[in-house]
Design a protein around this ligand. Structure first.
Ligand SMILES: [Zn+2]
Length: 237
């Protein structure tokens, strides 16, 4: 493949811009605020489920409490009725049993009330934590969006410059560059001081002599990494 030395140098600009774009993309995906917001969302989902659980539990206990209140009422009514009959001399004394039944019913009701209060407290604490989390998320999301905005601007600038450079590279050379970039991450590298800057290997004398003998417009490849090797004034030839 043939391309003028100037055109070949455009490939180094392209490689620099692609490296910058990759760096910006890496920074965007690695933003601590992105991870922070994601972690908050995970915790928020947990809290939402826990609140639903506490509310369900509270409703169930409210029903149990209503039933227990009815039981207590029933025992008291029965007790009062029996006392009347006892006073009227109609029954023998079941007083101790009545007292025991009444105490058990009250105790059960008390236990249900306590469990219900615990469920209410749990729901309130979870709801408060969720509200606090929402505030933190808002702040983290604002910081994230600001950072993303800055990175986006830098990315747009680099992409614009890249688009400008691409127009100066013929299609076949650009296709080769893109193929190498897809395979190795970097499509073109400079030859500097007898060394390929792509794979960082120093070329042997045979390869260097071959490059010295090659025409200026010959598109060269590194024998080691196959990337497009671009000659510069610092190539050490
Ligand atoms: Zn190389």
């Amino acid at each position: 493949m043939k391309a003028s030395p100037e055109t070949q140098l455009r490939l180094l600009e392209l490689a620099d811009l692609d490296a910058e774009l990759a760096r910006l993309d890496h920074r965007r995906r690695g933003l601590p605020e992105v991870a922070e917001v994601a972690a908050i969302d995970v915790r928020d989902a947990e809290l939402r489920d826990a609140i639903v659980g506490a509310e369900t539990s509270e409703k169930d206990l409210a029903r149990e409490q209503a039933k227990a209140e009815a039981d207590v009422g029933q025992v008291r009514t029965r007790s009062a009725r029996d006392r009347e009959r006892l006073d009227a001399g109609q029954v023998s004394s079941p007083r101790e049993l009545e007292i025991l039944q009444s105490e058990i019913a009250s105790l059960l009701r008390r236990q249900i009330v306590e469990r219900r209060e615990a469920a209410q407290h749990s729901r309130d604490a979870l709801t408060a934590e969720r509200a606090e989390l929402a505030t933190r998320r808002e702040a983290a999301a604002a910081r994230r969006d600001e950072a993303l905005g800055e990175l986006g601007e830098q990315t747009d600038k680099a992409a614009d410059r890249r688009a400008g450079v691409v127009t100066q590279v013929p299609d076949d050379l650009l296709a080769l560059y893109e193929r190498m970039r897809a395979q190795h991450g970097v499509g073109a590298a400079a030859l500097r001081g007898g060394r390929c800057e792509g794979c960082h290997l120093t070329l042997n004398t045979v390869d260097l002599n071959r490059i010295r003998a090659a025409a200026d417009d010959e598109v060269l490849r590194c024998e080691e990494c196959r990337r497009i090797l671009v000659r510069t004034p610092e190539s050490g030839l």
